[in-house]
Write a new protein. Structure first.
Length: 498
C-alpha cells in the first residue's frame, strides 16, 4: 500500500505512473533527516558533558597566574590549547605532557585581567560566548587578540562600535589608554572618525573637559584635531568627501608614526604608512588641479609621473566642462541691464533650465521684478526678483550646450552620482554655506530632446546630515527630491567615488 505522501496523492489523481524507486528514496531521505537530528542531539549532549566535567576542579591540570594581583586559576589544558595555538605553545610547549602542571610550572598571564581570563576560561571549557559589558570589552579584546581568538575579537569590536551613551564611550576610551598606543591606535582612530555616535555627540564630548582631559594625551589630541577639522570653514572645492578622506588618512598616519614605540628605519615615514594602508581607497580624480599641485605634491605621497598624468587628465576634463558661476548673471548690474526682448536662460526651482524672453519689468516698493516667458511651448510665465542671483544665465549657455564630458557620456539610468544643491535657487537663498553635496540616482540621462540629467536624491534624510554634525541646517522642505543638472557643470555634478 502506498504511503500517504502529498506528492504521491497528486500523481495518483492525475493517473500518472509512480517511479519504482519512489518509496526507497523517500525512506532514504527520512532516515537521513533522523540521522542528522540524532547527530545534532549527540553533539549537544557531548558539549554539555564536556562543560559539566570541565567545571569540576578535580579535572583541572593546568595552573594560571593571572593579572598584576597574581591570582591563581586552574583549568583543563587541552581545552585551552584546542582554542588557540598560542595557548598550546604556552601549556604544552615547554612542559612534560605526562606531568601535572603546578604553580612552579604555571602559565603566567600578568597582562590579562582576571575578569577577561574568566570569560576566556568559560569560552574554552563550554564554548559559550557570554554577555560582554563595557567595563570588560577592551580588556577582553586585548586578550582575544593576544591568543588569536577571532570569534571573541569580532564580538568585542562590534560591542565597542555599538556604544550609545557618553558614559560608556569615555569608559571604553579610558580602557584603551591602559594598553600600548600602537596596538589599538588604528582601531581607536576608526572608532572616532567613522563613528556616527562621535559625530553626533562631538560637541558634548568636547564640553566634558574633566573626562576628556583624563584620557591619554594621544586620544585627547586626536579628538581635538577631529573637532578642528570638522569646524574649520573650508572652501567648497577643498571640502569634497575625497579631500576630507585624504586629510583624515594623513592625520592617522602622522599620529601613528609620531606615537609609535617601534624603531623605524631611515626610509620609514607617514607617507609610506599611508601608501600601504589608505592610498588605494582615495579617489584623486575628485580633487581640483590646485589641490593636486599644492597639497598632494608637497606631501610627496605619489610619484611625480603619476601625479602629472592625473593633472593632465583633470585639465583635459576641465576644458570639457563649464563653471556655473561663469554663465550666471551674478552681478546686479548685469541683471538690471536686461531689457524687454532680451533672451536669457532661466532656472526653475528643481534646477531645470528654460530658454526664455524678457517681456516686462515691475517696480515694487522693496524690489524689482523681471517678467519672462518661455520661448518654447507651453510658454509659461515667470516672475524673477532681480535682487536674487542664481536664476538667470546667459542665453543658450546651458539650454543649448551639448554634453562634452566623456565620463558623463557613460552614465546610465540607475547610476549613482553626487550633485551639489548649492546652486539650486531655493537652496542658494536659504543656506549660505559653501556646499550641499548629496548622493543621487540618475533617473533620466541627456538626450536629443533634453541635455540635462534628471536625478533623484538617494535618501531624503541625507539632506539634513549637517544637522547631525552640529550645524544649523536649512529646513528639510527646502531640499527638492528631484533635481536637474547639466552634466558638464563641474561645480554641480561628479561621479560617485569608490
Amino acid at each position: 500500500e502506498a504511503l500517504p505522501f502529498r506528492s504521491h496523492k497528486r500523481r495518483s489523481s492525475n493517473n500518472a505512473p509512480v517511479p519504482a524507486n519512489r518509496h526507497r528514496r523517500a525512506f532514504s531521505d527520512s532516515a537521513a533527516r533522523r540521522a542528522s537530528v540524532t547527530a545534532s542531539q549527540e553533539a549537544t549532549s557531548f558539549s554539555q558533558n564536556i562543560c559539566c566535567i570541565a567545571t569540576h576542579e578535580s579535572t583541572h591540570d593546568t595552573v594560571f597566574i593571572v593579572g598584576a594581583e597574581r591570582l591563581r586559576y586552574t583549568g583543563v589544558g587541552f581545552l585551552f590549547a584546542a582554542q588557540s595555538n598560542v595557548w598550546y605553545q604556552q601549556i604544552f610547549g615547554n612542559h612534560d605532557r605526562d606531568r601535572i602542571r603546578t604553580a612552579e610550572t604555571a602559565v603566567i598571564l600578568s597582562d590579562i585581567t582576571p575578569d577577561a581570563f574568566e570569560f576566556l576560561r568559560n569560552y574554552c571549557h563550554c564554548g559559550v560566548l557570554g554577555v560582554i559589558s563595557f567595563d570588560l570589552v577592551v580588556h577582553l579584546l586585548y586578550a582575544a587578540d593576544k591568543f588569536l581568538i577571532a570569534a571573541i575579537s569580532e564580538k568585542c569590536k562590534r560591542k565597542i562600535k555599538s556604544v550609545a551613551n557618553l558614559t560608556d564611550w569615555f569608559k571604553v576610551m579610558h580602557a584603551f589608554g591602559k594598553y600600548d598606543t600602537v596596538q589599538f591606535q588604528l582601531f581607536v582612530n576608526e572608532c572616532v572618525y567613522n563613528s556616527k555616535f562621535v559625530v553626533r555627540h562631538l560637541d558634548a564630548i568636547m564640553a566634558d573637559r574633566q573626562r576628556l582631559e583624563a584620557l591619554p594625551s594621544w586620544q585627547t589630541q586626536m579628538i581635538e584635531s577631529f573637532h578642528r577639522l570638522k569646524c574649520e570653514k573650508l572652501s567648497s572645492r577643498r571640502f569634497s568627501d575625497e579631500y576630507k578622506k585624504y586629510e583624515i588618512s594623513k592625520h592617522f598616519c602622522q599620529q601613528y608614526v609620531h606615537h609609535s614605540h617601534h624603531r623605524y628605519d631611515e626610509d620609514s615615514s607617514w607617507q609610506r604608512v599611508m601608501q600601504h594602508r589608505y592610498l588605494a581607497n582615495i579617489d584623486f580624480s575628485q580633487f581640483a588641479v590646485g589641490e593636486l599641485l599644492s597639497d598632494v605634491r608637497d606631501d610627496q605621497i605619489m610619484p611625480e609621473s603619476v601625479l602629472l598624468d592625473l593633472v593632465n587628465k583633470k585639465v583635459k576634463e576641465e576644458k570639457q566642462c563649464f563653471r556655473i558661476q561663469d554663465v550666471l548673471l551674478s552681478s546686479r548690474t548685469q541683471r538690471d541691464a536686461l531689457k524687454i526682448g532680451d533672451k536669457i536662460d532661466v532656472r526653475l526651482e528643481d534646477g531645470n533650465w528654460r530658454e526664455a524672453v524678457v517681456y516686462g519689468r515691475l517696480k515694487r516698493a522693496n524690489h524689482d521684478v523681471l517678467k519672462v516667458r518661455e520661448c518654447e511651448p507651453p510658454r509659461h510665465v515667470f516672475s524673477l526678483p532681480l535682487a536674487l542671483d542664481g536664476f538667470i544665465a546667459a542665453h543658450k549657455s546651458v539650454t543649448q550646450r551639448k554634453v562634452h564630458r566623456e565620463c558623463m557620456k557613460r552614465v546610465q539610468v540607475g547610476d549613482v552620482v553626487i550633485v551639489n544643491l548649492k546652486y539650486c535657487p531655493p537652496i542658494r537663498h536659504v543656506d549660505e554655506r559653501d556646499e550641499q553635496w548629496r548622493r543621487a540616482k540618475v533617473v533620466e540621462v541627456a538626450n536629443e530632446r533634453c541635455n540635462l540629467f534628471k536625478v533623484c536624491l538617494v535618501n531624503q534624510r541625507q539632506a539634513n546630515d549637517r544637522e547631525e554634525d552640529g550645524d544649523n541646517g536649512p529646513n528639510r522642505n527646502a531640499f527638492p527630491r528631484i533635481f536637474h543638472v547639466h552634466p558638464d557643470s563641474v561645480d554641480e555634478i561628479r561621479l560617485a567615488g569608490p
